[in-house]
Design a binder for this molecule. Structure first.
Ligand SMILES: [Zn+2]
Length: 194
């Protein structure tokens, strides 16, 4: 595998290079965007190559690597903010002329049920695992309270859901094997009294 990897350079990247870093021609910009440092970094799967002039952003797909844009060093590339979930620092100016770039946003939404930790869809409150297992009234309480912004009701409903599952688990592993003494201890533990 000594052959140089094929590097695609987007038209956007060429335009940004000319605009932000400066080049006399598209060919010159293209040449800078596919410099040896970039060629060396791509086989490693690097998403960014930091040069003296700026950071070159690379996107890897099944068909190969594409240089997508270049960002001056005094600015944190939005591509890096979004992927790592780090908010853009307040000091850096917003990207100019890049109206297509969206705000960094969280992509993982976590189920409202305490201790669940599974992902839910953005428009849901409860994950696919918990939803069919929860009693309807708790479900409705979580969803309704959240929808109407009743924070304390919502927290209480989430707590009820958590308690429901905490109480549900021992019962699932075989109700007949639990002595009344054991059930009493578990209940105390649930109430935080032990
Ligand atoms: Zn869940």
């Amino acid at each position: 595998m000594n052959a140089a990897p094929e590097i695609h350079v987007s038209h956007h990247a060429v335009r940004r290079f000319i605009e932000r870093i400066g080049a006399d021609s598209e060919a010159e910009a293209r040449c800078a965007l596919t410099c040896r440092a970039v060629q060396a970094a791509i086989p490693f799967g690097a998403r960014v190559v930091r040069l003296e002039s700026g950071r070159i952003i690379i996107k890897h797909t099944a068909t190969g690597a594409t240089v997508v844009t270049v960002v001056p060093l005094d600015r944190l590339p939005v591509q890096l903010c979004r992927k790592s979930g780090v908010a853009r620092p307040a000091s850096s100016p917003p990207p100019s002329g890049q109206t297509k770039e969206r705000k960094p946003m969280a992509r993982n939404y976590v189920c409202d049920v305490p201790g669940c930790g599974r992902h839910r869809k953005r428009w849901q409150r409860i994950c696919e695992h918990c939803f069919p297992r929860l009693p309807g009234d708790i479900r409705t309480a979580i969803i309704d309270a959240h929808r109407h912004g009743r924070r304390s009701d919502w927290r209480a409903a989430c707590r009820r859901a958590g308690e429901f599952f905490a109480g549900d688990k021992p019962a699932r592993s075989g109700t007949s094997h639990i002595s009344s003494e054991e059930a009493f201890h578990r209940n105390q533990r649930l109430l935080g009294e032990r």
